[in-house]
Write a new protein. Structure first.
Length: 318
């Protein structure tokens, strides 16, 4: 039986106090509660919206009524930390594999299968660290998975054979990705689904004009329009009530760059909305990009691999 780091510390503290009865009752109640939550939270579909390079204050300044609606109807952290280095591929790999670079080995944007400095602690037969796509395909009968992206190297750390549908586009042409995503959702209404929908445009604007520039803020607002299109589609097709929606990012930025350890680069927003999630709730417990995949598995009632280190932010549940 595996336990989380939190449960381990709770058990250790009780044992250290010499409270034998509490040692038995505490962990059992924690385990029972977790199992009960898994039974209740089996979702129909999870969709991740993600814009590259979003600062917390940038999101706050931008006019984003659609992302705001997810925040208001769900739970949000504005103190989530990304992994180091604060660049794209290590962080999205961490989001989607439930572990940091010290575990999955993706330590820079140039990582490719067979080309790395640090070997991952575990690999599938094709040389990839196990992702949420693999775990879901192995664990949830009939589930469909989809991956849409417009920065081509983003997929390098993911084994594509565990994706049922995938599409890349030009760096700025992300509206077509939303078109494809809606088409795929519409043709698989009765299937369980995990979908990842990525937009690099915000990051490129930050590099070109600087983070927090008017152009950067506008790029966030433009991305929000596409999120609104998806939300409207889900509601029109009767899919919204059975869907968990997440909004995440990989890092912030300062000046025209990122990769350092400043708060502007390391602290990012993290949002989840859907059945069983607290509404209008601000997450104050520590949160990290490695927790995203762990949370997705919890929603589908699936145990995470032992090689993952992510934790589910328990406070988000009703």
């Amino acid at each position: 039986m595996s336990i989380s780091r939190r449960d381990f510390f709770k058990k250790s503290l009780v044992a250290g106090a010499g409270a034998a009865v509490a040692t038995m009752a505490g962990p059992l109640s924690i385990e029972t509660e977790a199992k009960s939550r898994k039974r209740k939270l089996k979702t129909k579909r999870v969709i991740i919206f993600t814009f590259d390079g979003i600062r917390v204050d940038g999101l706050a300044q931008a006019r984003t009524p659609n992302i705001d609606s997810l925040i208001e109807s769900g739970s949000a952290s504005f103190t989530t930390r990304d992994v180091m280095p604060s660049v794209t591929l290590p962080n999205y790999t961490s989001h989607l594999t439930g572990a940091g670079p010290e575990v999955h080995g993706v330590a820079d944007n140039g990582w490719k299968v067979g080309e790395y400095k640090l070997e991952s602690v575990e690999r599938d037969s094709d040389g990839y660290f196990p992702s949420v796509f693999k775990v879901l395909k192995d664990s949830v009968p009939g589930i469909k998975t989809a991956y849409y992206w417009n920065w081509l190297p983003l997929i390098n750390a993911m084994n594509p054979k565990y994706m049922d549908d995938k599409l890349s586009s030009s760096d700025e042409g992300y509206a077509s990705l939303y078109d494809r995503a809606m088409e795929y959702l519409g043709s698989h209404k009765d299937d369980k689904m995990f979908m990842f929908l990525y937009n690099v445009h915000t990051d490129h604007i930050g590099h070109t004009y600087s983070w927090m520039s008017p152009e950067y803020i506008q790029s966030i607002e433009e991305g929000d329009v596409q999120v609104g299109r998806m939300i409207d589609f889900l509601k029109k097709e009767g899919l919204f009530e059975e869907t968990h929606l997440m909004f995440i990012t990989d890092h912030g930025g300062i000046g025209k760059g990122h990769g350092g350890v400043s708060p502007e680069e390391m602290i990012v927003p993290w949002v989840i909305s859907g059945p069983g999630i607290k509404k209008g709730f601000t997450i104050t417990e520590p949160n990290n990009t490695v927790n995203t995949a762990s949370t997705v598995l919890r929603l589908f009632g699936v145990d995470q691999p032992l090689c993952w280190t992510g934790e589910v932010p328990e406070s988000i549940f009703k």
